[in-house]
Every structure is written in C-alpha cells, then in structure tokens.
Ligand binder design. Structure first.
Ligand code: HEC
Ligand code: HEC
Length: 353
C-alpha cells in the first residue's frame, strides 16, 4: 500500500522548510547556504481530486530521485550541442510552458510546429502532447531529446555524456544505489521530477477548501464557466483529457491534423487534447499553435470565431454567447487559477542547488 500524505501535511512541511531556510539565512554564520529540504517530496492527491493515472508505484518518488530529475530537467547536455534543456521551453514562471513563443524554439533556433504546453499535475494525464501521441510519462522525454528541431540528440549519447560527469554519477548513485547511468534510470528520474510538479494552491483551491471566497466578479465568472466551459475543461483539473475540435480555423502554415496525426482517422481531424486551464494567466500564448496571446482573444474565439467543420465539437456548433461583462467575469475567474506557490516553489526552480 502506498502512503499518501494530505495536502495539509504537505503544506505544513513546506512551511517548516521555508521557516528553517529563513532561520538559516538569518543565522550568524554566513557560510551556511540554506538548502531545500526535500523530505516532503511525496505523492499527493489533493482532497476531492480523482485518482491519478500515474502513482509512482513502479518508480518510488524519493528526494534523491526528484533531485536527479530536477538536475536533468535543467541540463543542456540533453541536447546535441549542449545548449537546450527541457527548461528552455518549459519555464517555471510560465507554469512550465514557453513564455511568449507561439512555436517552440529548439537547437540552432529551429522552430517546432507546436506551442509548448504547461507542465503541471501530469500524473492525471492519460495522454501527453497536443495529439496524445505518447501515453507514458516515463517515455515522454525521449520525444524532445530525439526530435531534430528540439534537442536533436540520441539517447545513447546523452547517457554517454552523463556517465562522463562525476556530478551525474553521484546523483545517479544517490537515487538508485550505484553509479550506473542508463536511459531507464534517467527516464524514471525525469518522471519523478515532472510527476511532482503539483499545482493545487490557487485561490480557486482555497475557495474550494472553504478558506477563501471569490469576489462578486469571480463568482459570476465561475457560474458562467460551469455552464459554458466546464463540460470540457472539467474541474478540478480543468481538462477532460479528451480530444476535441474547438473550432479553430486550420493554420495553413503548419496544417496540423491533431489527433488524426496519431490515429489516421478522418473523424479525429483537428482534434486536440483539452488543456488544463490552471495557471492559464501565466502560460500564454494559447492553443496548440500559440495563435492567441490574450485570454480576451481566447474568449472572442468562442463567442464569434468558431469555424464549422465535420469534426467540430457539437457543443460549440453555435458558439458560446457571452456579453463583454461575461467575458470580463470569466477572465476574473480564470485568474483565480493562478497558483503563485507553484510558480515560485524553490524546489522546482533553476536556482535550487
Ligand atoms: C524545443 C522546445 C522543447 C524542449 C527542449 C522540450 N519540450 Fe516538452 N514540449 C514542447 C512542445 C512544443 C510540446 C508539445 C508537443 C506536441 O504536442 O507534439 C511539449 C510537450 C511536453 C510534454 C507533454 C505535456 C502535456 O500536457 O501533454 C511534456 C511532459 C514535456 N514536453 C516534457 C519535456 C521534457 C522532460 C523535456 C526535456 C527532456 C522537454 N519537454 C523538452 C517543447 C519542448
Ligand atoms: C467542446 C469543448 C470545449 C469547450 C466547451 C470549451 N473549450 Fe476551451 N479548449 C478546448 C480545447 C480542445 C482546447 C485546445 C485547442 C488547441 O490546443 O488548439 C481549448 C483551449 C482553451 C484555451 C487555451 C488553453 C491553452 O493552454 O492554450 C482557453 C483559455 C480555453 N480553452 C478557455 C475556454 C473557456 C473560457 C471556455 C468557456 C467559455 C471554453 N474554453 C470552452 C475545448 C473546449
């Protein structure tokens, strides 16, 4: 049986960590660098959330495993010319999306064809990528590492480079008991880091837990959201993890067929995985190709931009009617999904260690 500790316990533990960091940083001995205590890295299921798809059953989450995954996520050696890390396209302040880039930028400034999505609460994802082309968090990193316009490297060469680094031999030993560097261990460690990217401390979550209340505008926005958006952006994760065509005009520059790219089925043309809306205020630009830069534009799309096609989701056949006041209120609600603790959690940051 796996032991899960409650979010409250986690919160207490994190609070203690910050407190001890504070005590250390105020202490008289300037030599002491405050380090982050990772003892509280544990699998989490916030109250009222569904059971996650990935639960670390065959990859026990440990502080040393998280630590290695963290180092790998920020490691440029994962790319062919040692310039691009996962964090080049997945930036913490942007909820691990790539801020202000419509298409992702990889090695040699090469452009990908899709917008880098936010990374959060990934354990609940049955599928990864906008078209769901990958279904296992432990396999996912092989895609960007080997993608010629992302990191352009081979797995065997990454393993070779890491095993020549004493830093990594030590980190692998700490995580897995000996210095052997191999792809399976690397992928398990990355899954530990990514799987531990939990976001459940937004104002919305506080309101849900009865610890805060919405303003009048946020509450009106929430009511509208539940009526018009929540059938696809299902609470509390804000995704149903289905593939749907939400009526975007086909981008003729990239001609992305979406889910059909994987299934080859005409019925799946232009369907994309419903994205979570958590931290949406911070993860612009929006949609699979980053075509919109503001939430206003996203809402205008639902009100007046829906393009009809054989695969358009029937719920959107006549668009979504919203007044400009409705839009303002929905955006006020969407901003309550911003989780500052997640966006600034030092355990996830580049500067940790
Ligand atoms: C060059 C930019 C770039 C780099 C580097 C990159 N990614 Fe991504 N990432 C993307 C894009 C773009 C997508 C969406 C791809 C798609 O839909 O086909 C994505 C998707 C993902 C997803 C799926 C998220 C979801 O909700 O479906 C995960 C997880 C992920 N990346 C993790 C990583 C890891 C781990 C690394 C490093 C090994 C990495 N990425 C490196 C751009 C990048
Ligand atoms: C029929 C299902 C459906 C409904 C209803 C729906 N959406 Fe979406 N939404 C999607 C899908 C699918 C995408 C992803 C499209 C893509 O990536 O190209 C999306 C994308 C978005 C995005 C961009 C997210 C990102 O990270 O890029 C926002 C913002 C958004 N929706 C807000 C809303 C709001 C607000 C409503 C209600 C007014 C709503 N949606 C109603 C399915 C839906």
């Amino acid at each position: 049986m796996k032991r899960f500790i409650t979010p409250l316990q986690i919160k207490k533990a994190i609070g203690m960590t910050f407190l001890s960091a504070l005590v250390l940083s105020c202490s008289v001995d300037p030599e002491i660098t405050p380090t982050v205590n990772l003892d509280n890295i544990q699998p989490v299921i916030p109250d009222g959330w569904p059971t996650p798809v990935y639960n670390f059953e065959n990859n026990p989450l440990t502080p040393a495993g998280f630590d290695l995954g963290h180092a790998l996520f920020y490691e440029p050696m994962l790319s062919v010319d040692n310039t691009v890390s996962c964090s080049s396209c997945h930036q913490q302040f942007a909820a691990f999306a790539q801020a202000d880039h419509d298409f992702s930028h990889g090695i040699n400034g090469l452009l990908g064809k899709r917008n880098a999505p936010a990374l959060q609460n990934l354990n609940w994802n049955p599928y990864f990528m906008h078209d769901g082309g990958i279904n296992n968090i432990e396999v996912q990193p092989t895609a960007p590492i080997t993608n010629p316009v992302e990191m352009g490297e081979t797995i065997s060469n990454v393993v070779f480079k890491l095993s020549n680094s004493s830093k990594y031999r030590t980190l692998f030993k700490n995580a897995f008991g000996d210095e052997t560097v191999n792809s399976q261990r690397m992928l398990k460690a990355l899954a530990q880091f990514m799987g531990a990217l939990y976001s459940y401390n937004s104002k919305y979550d506080q309101v849900r837990a009865g610890k805060a209340s919405f303003t009048a505008a946020e509450q009106q926005g929430y009511t509208l959201f539940q009526q018009k958006c929540a059938s696809c952006h299902v609470e509390p994760l804000f995704s149903d993890y289905q593939f749907r065509n939400n009526g975007l005009a086909v981008n003729t520059f990239i001609n992305d067929s979406g889910r059909a790219h994987i299934t080859q089925l005409p019925a799946d043309l232009w369907k994309f995985k419903t994205p979570s809306l958590r931290n949406i205020e911070k993860s612009k630009p929006y949609m699979h190709d980053g075509r919109f830069t503001t939430l206003d534009q996203c809402l205008d799309h639902y009100v007046s931009g829906i393009v009809s096609s054989a695969t358009l989701d029937p719920q959107l056949a006549s668009g979504i009617a919203l007044s400009s006041q409705d839009k303002t209120n929905i955006i006020a609600f969407l901003k309550t999904l911003t989780d500052t603790k997640f966006l600034t959690d030092v355990r996830y940051s580049e500067n940790y260690k």
